[in-house]
Ligand binder design. Structure first.
Ligand SMILES: [Zn+2]
Length: 86
């Protein structure tokens, strides 16, 4: 287990969101994730979408998010961040 003392970024949240929703994260990771969520609208929306998907499908697939969808998501986040300065 590695110690994390830096802030979580969107990519890391995407990596961890499946475990978060399965309640499989360590308390320290969960706290970092929730701290990121508190300051990131993009990830808040993403998490809600994941929750909705789980509700509709009744389960998480083993793989969580396909790599392709993950890349698209991260592009959205980056565009959102760079466009949010106005
Ligand atoms: Zn984020």
């Amino acid at each position: 287990m590695s110690a994390h003392d830096r802030d979580m970024d969107c990519e890391e949240l995407v990596e961890l969101v499946t475990e978060y929703l399965e309640d499989a994260l360590e308390a320290s990771e969960r706290t970092r994730l929730e701290e990121h969520l508190a300051g990131c609208d993009g990830c808040t929306v993403y998490l809600e979408q994941m929750r909705t998907t789980i509700r509709l499908t009744g389960m998480l697939t083993g793989d969580g998010i396909p790599a392709e969808g993950r890349e698209a998501l991260l592009r959205v986040f980056r565009a959102w961040r760079s466009g949010s300065q106005a």
